[in-house]
Design a protein. Structure first.
Length: 246
């Protein structure tokens, strides 16, 4: 009888230990699932991206701007987000910036950085952003520097490319009124940015030809002519029109 009693007690304890082990395993899996789900899915509310454009609002100070964005519109776990963005020119000029850190329920972190337009530095301007996250359930502390640290890690990277170029269009003298000279674009002038006619003040008279320079930017296959960048230069001879880009 004593043997049967001990056997029953052992089996009861064994079942209790197995139940506790299963509960611990389930708790660990649930913890990992929470951090993974909140970090990477967020029911479609989590997004990261990079962008770039040209700001010509000040014609004397045209700049190429890039930005990086991290957003989480369902940040119920209090993750901390921020983004670091670097803009690199064709000649390897660089500009970098880091955003503020946010752990709000509707988290949104954004940063901008820029480089001055340089007619001698045309080609592909590359924007690269690194999107950071700290998970408090994994011991993440955004105050720890430098990252990565426990619970803080880069949560992916995004990039964008802007192609900077310049149109060189030639124009022949057509007519003049007082000191205003009118020019027509030369035949077969296949460039991205260049109207059919231009006018220029004569100083003191009208030149036989003028060359028109205008900056442009291409993003995702779409060209935008930079209106504030136009230059008209007198010249004695017309050459073939061309788009300058490297």
């Amino acid at each position: 009888m004593r043997i049967n009693s001990l056997e029953k007690e052992f089996k009861g304890r064994n079942r209790g230990w197995m139940t506790l082990s299963v509960l611990r395993a389930l708790s660990l899996l649930m913890f990992l699932w929470i951090c993974h789900t909140s970090a990477f899915s967020q029911m479609g509310s989590y997004a990261t991206y990079s962008d770039s454009w040209v700001d010509d609002s000040a014609p004397a100070n045209i700049v190429i701007v890039s930005s990086g964005v991290t957003q989480d519109h369902y940040n119920s776990y209090g993750h901390t987000y921020w983004v670091q963005t670097t803009l690199t020119s064709p000649s390897n000029r660089t500009s970098s910036a880091a955003s503020y850190k946010t752990n709000s329920s509707d988290a949104y972190a954004r940063v901008e950085t820029s480089l001055a337009w340089d007619w001698n530095d045309l080609g592909d301007y590359r924007t690269q952003s690194q999107h950071w996250m700290c998970c408090p359930y994994m011991g993440g502390n955004p105050a720890n520097s430098p990252p990565p640290s426990q619970g803080c890690f880069p949560n992916g990277g995004t990039s964008s490319t802007l192609k900077a170029g310049a149109s060189h269009a030639y124009y022949a003298y057509a007519s003049s009124v007082c000191s205003c000279c009118k020019y027509n674009i030369v035949p077969n002038c296949a460039i991205r940015c260049g109207p059919p006619t231009v006018t220029k003040a004569g100083n003191p008279g009208c030149a036989d030809y003028v060359v028109r320079l205008q900056a442009w930017a291409e993003v995702a296959g779409v060209t935008v002519c930079i209106t504030g960048s136009t230059q008209l230069i007198d010249t004695l001879v017309a050459h073939d029109c061309f788009d300058e880009v490297y």
